[in-house]
Design a protein around this ligand. Sequence first.
Ligand SMILES: [Zn+2]
Ligand SMILES: [Zn+2]
Length: 160
Amino acid sequence: MQGSSYNRLNDLQAEDSDPQDTGSVLESTNGQKCKIHTTEDIKAFCKDDLCSICFKCLLGEHRKHDVFMLDELQVSDLSGKVSQFQEKVENQITKLAGMREKVGSIKENYDKKFESLFAQFRDIESLFINGYFEQETLGDLKNGKHRQESILMKVSKSVE
Ligand SMILES: [Zn+2]
Ligand SMILES: [Zn+2]
C-alpha cells in the first residue's frame, strides 16, 4: 500500500506542476516569435514589408519604415492618424483663409482703383459740363486734343 500512496503523492505533485508547465508552454507558443530574432516576441507590423517584426527589428532594419505597434494599434496609431488628418484639414482651412484674405485685398484694391477712376471720370464730366473742352476746342483744337489725350493717359494708368 505504501507504493500506491507514493504514486498518488507523485500524481498530485504532477497535477500541481502540470498547469504551470502548460501555462508557460502556451505563453511561449501563443506569442509569435520573430523569424530573425527567434527569442524576441512579435511587437509590431511593418506596413512597408507587410511582415510581423520584433522590437529589435523595429529599431533595426525597419527603423524608417511605416510600422504600427500591435499592442497599441487601435488607440495610439489611429489617434495619431486622426491628429495628423486634423492638422492637414487645419492647414487647408488656414490656406483657404489666407486665399480669402488675398481675394479680399484684391477686391479692396480694385474697389479703390474703381473709386479713383470714377472720381477722374467725374472730373472729366465736370470739365465737359463746365464747357472746358468746348473752350479748348474752340480756342486751340490741337492743344485741346492734346489735353484730352493726356487725360486719357491718366485714366488708363489708374486702371493698370
Ligand atoms: Zn526581429
Ligand atoms: Zn520594414
